[in-house]
Design a protein around this ligand. Structure first.
Ligand SMILES: Nc1ncnc2c1ncn2[C@@H]1O[C@H](COP(=O)(O)OP(=O)(O)OP(=O)(O)O)[C@@H](O)[C@H]1O
Ligand SMILES: [Mg+2]
Length: 155
């Protein structure tokens, strides 16, 4: 499917609101593809309030949410070696209430969980305001709410 930013954000909000944790979502795509846009929308949908800083320099942000879920947003772009994952608390991820969002998951080498969603974003052409969104199920992750996204045709 191909989505405008507002549709991607709307879908992310639905995911955050309704997905049953624990869930691991790998966000793939080049620099500026929209991985953080989608991650923030999911966090908002899950009830995260306030600023949503980019994890690019910290690699991991944990957003406690009152209630049902906890959002963990990671950006592994600066990971030099998959072994550095252990310093980030990687082996403790997957707690009952966690929604785990990981940008640049390929940096984790073979250490991704068996059950996950993989969402790849890419512009159909350079500079486009649209994104081709490819969703792949790996193993047996929980239902991904709102997928496939239905976009009302407008203008
Ligand atoms: N359809 C779209 N979906 C998502 N983002 C879009 C879309 N069209 C344009 N954009 C713009 O593309 C940019 C995406 O930036 P974002 O930080 O989410 O990228 P990223 O994939 O996280 O990059 P990085 O690898 O640097 O972390 C934003 O400026 C956003 O406004
Ligand atoms: Mg990003």
């Amino acid at each position: 499917m191909i989505l405008r930013e507002e549709d991607l954000v709307r879908w992310g909000t639905v995911i955050g609101r309704a997905v049953e944790p624990p869930v691991f979502i790998a966000l793939e795509g080049e620099l500026g593809a929209g991985k953080s846009v989608l991650a923030r929308a999911i966090a908002r949908g899950a009830g995260v309030e306030g600023a949503l800083p980019s994890p690019t320099f910290n690699l991991v942000f944990r957003y406690p949410v009152r209630g049902r879920v906890e959002v963990v947003h990671m950006d592994l772009y600066r990971l030099r070696d998959p072994e550095e994952l252990w310093e980030l608390g990687w082996e403790d991820l997957g707690g009952k209430s966690e929604i785990i969002l990981v940008e640049w998951p390929e940096r984790a080498g073979g250490h991704l969980p068996e059950d996950r969603w993989s969402i790849r974003l890419s512009p159909p052409e350079p500079g486009s305001e649209l994104r081709v969104v490819e969703v792949a199920r790996v193993g047996n992750p929980p239902h991904l709410p709102g997928f496939p996204v239905t976009v009302e045709s407008s203008g």
